[in-house]
Design a protein around this ligand. Structure first.
Ligand code: UT7
Length: 322
């Protein structure tokens, strides 16, 4: 028997308002053709005044707890990945904790931008396996619409809002049983200036806007993602042929295609939601995972790899037997 963090359930939430490419073409000099051809994005969801990172995170968390079939009071740990918290502090995780009525346990946010969910999964997995909690909620929740420069066509067409959540439980399982098998995380601060926000509480005392040199980020993403996927597979002595599903960060259809090709993975094993959600940063992996769990593609026993890359740069991958 071995101690593992086992996935009990998933959930997600999207803002009510869907925004198609044609609507953006009325605001900036862009077109549906350009956006679809360069990114694969057709639609994204954008928060209204009464929606925010906290409301989305709470809705996703409730859905994950319901899917897990547990009482929310039994959650002892909440790790929430976001670059767009409701407030500078307290951590948005504590808002979720209070809404779900699991007060008294551990709750904090992690900031690793688009790979935040991978960082959060890895931290929660370590804490569960060392006995700091029995059950954890791991959430990725974002409202990038609030840090976009809506006059900058090179960024505003790429992102959307949303949240995804998973419930993990520490269990003693057989060697070939379910649970998280491997996590790998990386960061390289030398690339700060390629993807960043031009403000913050400790510098400008403002929220700032997202800035990105897209072409360079793209190049690094394909190389780093293929490498980190290889690392988690090597950790457990498996190869890409053993993977049932890849649930990648949803930044660009061309990045998904190029990474799958580099690893020799058929495109039909890659879960794609970038067309309908756009890039939801830390929310994109758990959102895509929830979609594929609920539509029945991902089943118990499947070997699933999660991966993401984002600002920092940060990147990482997790390998899970469902
Ligand atoms: O989530 C974190 C990780 N982020 C990513 O992984 C994003 C990675 N990067 C990308 O996905 C792509 O680089 C982009 C989608 C951002 C851009 O695609 P690209 O094929 O790299 O285009 P480009 O930046 O090289 O721009 C090509 C042209 C430029 O015009 P010129 O200089 O060739 O005349 C841009 O000004 O496309 C122009 N352009 C646009 N045209 C219409 C840039 N944005 C737009 C737009 N509509 N929205």
């Amino acid at each position: 028997m071995t101690r593992r963090s086992v996935l009990l359930g998933t959930g997600s939430a999207l803002p009510r308002r869907a925004v198609g490419n044609a609507e953006l073409a009325k605001m900036v000099d862009t077109s549906d053709e350009w956006i679809v051809e360069r990114t694969g994005i057709r639609n994204r969801h954008i928060c209204g005044d009464d929606e925010n990172t906290g409301t989305l995170a709470i809705a996703a968390a409730r859905a994950a707890v319901a899917a897990a079939g547990i009482e929310s009071e039994s959650i002892g740990l909440i790790v929430l990945a976001t670059a767009t918290p409701n407030q500078t502090f307290p951590a948005t995780a504590t808002l979720v904790q209070d809404a779900l009525g699991c007060n008294g346990g551990i709750a904090f946010d992690v900031a690793a931008v688009c790979s935040g969910f991978l960082y959060a999964v890895s931290v929660a997995d370590s804490m569960l396996r060392t006995g700091m909690a029995q059950r954890a909620l791991v959430i990725g929740a974002e409202t990038f619409s609030r840090i976009l420069d809506w006059n900058d066509r090179t960024t505003c067409v790429l992102f959307g809002d949303g949240a995804g959540a998973i419930v993990l439980e520490a269990q003693d399982v057989a060697e070939d049983g379910p649970g998280i098998l491997a996590n790998r995380l990386h960061a390289d601060g030398a690339h700060n200036e390629l993807l960043y926000v031009d403000g913050g509480p400790g510098t400008t005392a403002t929220v700032g806007h997202l800035r990105m040199k897209g072409r360079e980020v793209f190049r690094h993403a394909v190389v780093n993602l293929a490498e980190v996927l290889g690392e988690v597979l090597d950790d457990v002595g498996l190869s890409s042929k053993d993977i049932d599903w890849v649930v990648p960060h949803q930044a660009n259809q061309r990045i998904l295609d190029a990474t799958a090709k580099k690893l020799g993975l058929p495109p039909e094993r890659v879960v794609v939601t970038v067309d309908r959600h756009a890039n939801t940063s830390a929310a994109s992996v758990p959102l895509a995972l929830d979609v594929a769990m609920r539509d029945g593609r991902i089943k118990r026993g499947d070997l699933v790899v999660l991966e993401a890359m984002g600002g920092g740069f940060t990147w990482g991958a997790s390998l899970i037997r469902i």
